[in-house]
Design a protein around this ligand. Structure first.
Ligand SMILES: *Cc1c(COP(=O)(O)O)cnc(C)c1O
Length: 408
């Protein structure tokens, strides 16, 4: 088969789309004014931001006053969590509930707060990578300030029962934040219907530029200022606005949410064909629930090889993928997400994440399915671990989380 170039790492970042770029371009030179200026060149940009805020709000079922522009997902997560913690600590509420497999922007923020007198409950996830709303309810205490649970996991793509978790939080009067960075454009989001109090999103995961994002904060929740200075973002986050980024974010979220059912209908069969095809390779396991997962996410552990070698070989064949998460590669520890599913290190090490956008074709899928088995065969042929497994009859156990010696 002829070599193809396939970008299979949409969970890491995406290209700015043509439509987004075209909307942004005038704001670099022609419309360069400062939105706070009094003359027309400034006010036209102020109006553009007001319009963009309304466009983003509409895509989430929110009110424009509830949308705050930030520099991305990490900033939104930090602001939401530290902001609520700061606010409610004054009322004696110093307990936070989250999960073990959140993005590091959430986990490291919670760890920071633990050093400052907060208590954090890290809910375990099921072997399929799901959280039960009942777990959340059981963990809520008199002094719980915040529940923060991600909408969709960035490594294994599992989608949480967000509306149900939101309902539990509402019932107990606890603020509910969700990191929806991976969910936007893949799942229908309505913050009101889904009982979401705060929601983080990041533009570069859905074809806006890097460095622009937003935090939805429900009316009635007042967070402390993130950046002190001028009156931008209702005085909450000072600094002259990233006007091109904000315009780009508005266009990108409109495009990403315009036809989610069609995207799901297109990608789901391709995803499933990939999953079934790769699982035909001996000694492999699917990570994350089969049904409750993003339409563009495939995550499979391939025993007996190293994820990094697999990525290098796939890159050689034109396929750009990921193993674990981009933030953890560079360290030798397997991803905390895969470990949270109960996998031992040997199984987690050979993991492969493919994440797609709607441009994926049947021909791409066929190319990937032709390439991966060849690459795995070559890597296993030079793997001491695979050799030992063959010699000593070591195989995956029944639930495919660890390796066991099979009696002949
Ligand atoms: C990418 C990502 C983030 C971080 O977003 P940035 O805009 O890169 O800071 C946070 N959470 C999740 C789930 C992500 O996938």
């Amino acid at each position: 088969m002829e070599k193809r170039y396939i970008y299979a790492d949409h969970a890491a970042t995406t290209a700015v789309s043509d439509a987004v770029l075209q909307e942004m371009l005038p704001y670099f030179q022609q419309h360069f004014g400062n939105p706070s200026s009094i003359y027309e060149k400034g006010r036209e940009n102020e109006r553009a931001i007001i319009d963009a805020r309304a466009r983003v709000a509409k895509c989430l079922g929110a009110d424009p006053k509830e949308i705050f522009f930030t520099a991305g997902g990490s900033e939104s997560d930090n602001w939401a969590i530290k902001g609520v913690a700061d606010k409610l600590a004054a009322k004696g509420k110093k307990h936070i509930i989250t999960s073990v497999f959140e993005h590091h922007a959430v986990l490291h923020t919670c760890e920071f707060l633990e050093k400052h007198g907060f208590e954090v409950t890290y809910l375990p996830v099921s072997p399929q990578g799901l959280i039960d709303p009942k777990q959340v309810e059981d963990a809520i205490r008199e002094d719980t300030a915040l529940v923060t649970i991600m909408y969709a996991n960035n490594e294994i793509g599992t989608i949480q029962p967000i509306a149900e978790i939101g309902a539990v939080c509402k019932k107990h009067g606890v603020i509910f934040h969700t990191d929806a960075v991976q969910a936007v454009g893949n799942v229908e989001i309505d913050v009101k219907a889904q009982n979401i109090d705060m929601l983080s999103l990041s533009g570069h995961k859905f074809h806006a530029p890097k460095g622009i994002g937003a935090l939805y904060i429900r009316k009635g929740i007042t967070l402390p200022n993130l950046i002190h200075g001028g009156g931008q973002e209702s005085g909450k986050r000072a600094g002259t606005e990233n006007v091109p980024g904000i315009i780009g974010l508005a266009k990108a979220i409109e495009d990403a949410t315009a036809n989610i059912p069609a995207k799901i209908a297109h990608l789901t069969p391709l995803r499933d064909k990939l999953i079934e095809g790769i699982l035909k390779i001996d000694q492999t396991r699917l990570n994350g629930d089969r049904e409750h997962r993003l339409c563009g996410n495939v995550n499979i552990s391939i025993v007996g090889i190293e994820g990094e070698s697999l990525l290098l070989m796939l890159d050689y064949f034109g396929i750009q993928a990921s193993s674990g998460s981009a933030c953890t590669s560079g360290s030798l520890d397997p991803s905390h997400v895969l470990l949270s599913l109960g996998l031992v290190h040997e199984v987690a090490h050979g993991s492969l994440r493919l994440s797609f956008g709607e441009e994926l074709t049947e021909e791409d899928v066929d190319y990937i399915l032709e390439t991966i088995p060849q690459v795995v065969e070559r890597l296993r042929a030079m793997s001491p671990m695979w050799e030992r497994m063959q010699k000593e009859n070591i195989r995956l156990n029944a639930d495919k989380t660890r390796l066991v010696k099979e009696e002949a």
